[in-house]
Design a protein around this ligand. Sequence first.
Ligand code: NDP
Length: 339
Amino acid sequence: MRVLLTGGSGFIAAHVLDILLQQGHSVVTTVRSQEKASKIAENHKQVGKDKLDFAIVEDIAQEGAFDKAVVSDPPFEAVIHTASPFHFNVTDVQKELLDPAIIGTTGILKSIKKSAPSVKRVVITSSFASIVNPYKGTWPEHTYSEADWNPISAEQAVENPANGYRASKTFAEKAAWEFVEQEKPNFSIATMCPPLVLGPIVHYLNSLDALNTSNQRIRDIMMGKAKDEIPATGTFIWVDVRDLALCHVLAIEKEEAANKRFFITTGYFSNREIADIISKNFPQYKDGLPSSSTPGGEYPKEGIFKVDNSNVVKTLGVKFRNLDDSITDTVKSLQAVGA
Ligand code: NDP
């Protein structure tokens, strides 16, 4: 298939790109600068221009940002839209989080409808942020599934960056489903809703200082920041980036994925478990790691919500990696950039 992948410089997209190429697809990926395109090209030297090419889209929040990128010869059959800001270092939630997420999503759908009639499937990276109800806390009596929607309001969205990020994913995904319902385009969509994504980074796009948001806790634990107290875990559910990337590719390949929402999680983790795995497999970091008597990083005493990932297992047929393998591979990848 000929595939357009947005945000090819991102943590998740780098793995999506690798799997697309391994499966024999031909890919154009959007990045924000020629410098990023060159880094990716340099690290995929064995791949010809017919299999991997680039389009520069500097800011997905601009109206019509994707108008040119969706046009290709040969034409695209599928689009995977991963680009969206995922960090909390913002001063203007509307401009820096909400606009790129929402306008980025509706913008690419409009451009495809207008100028890329050959596209049959659009896969959108949403998030567990669009499923979770943050106002219910650990909610032990509840089972999260694709049926749940984050109830966050427009007013709550701009209260702080954490709300802003969760709202950006919720509103963007809702806007995508509304687009399909109202515009009845020639393509179907599938949305991917992962919680915390852990797993190896690609060395050519990263450094320890500029690490993607979701792996920062692993770097911090390795670097001794949890020695005296393990930070609170937060979401308690995760997925490995390679499993998530495979889900993205299967969602363009499988007819059954059409117009489905996928809650993609392996299951539970805690920051204490991450520290224990690093301690067991990498004794060189032991001095900076917490011990069994260090406080923090536990599961909540009252219990935790349950998760139903049966839709993704049944429809996409993925087998999930375990936490030990994921953390071990992530640590090795961080060592490659100097940890
Ligand atoms: P990254 O920060 O590594 O990737 C984000 C990508 O989006 C980068 O390529 C970035 O480009 C691009 N981007 C951000 N803002 C803009 C913009 N205004 N214009 C153009 N490009 C932009 O994060 P992840 O790979 O972790 O996240 C990818 C997707 O997955 C996001 O949609 C995120 O919300 C979602 N997600 C991630 C989770 C996780 O735990 N990692 C969990 C759930 C969902 P550049 O690097 O050049 O800024």
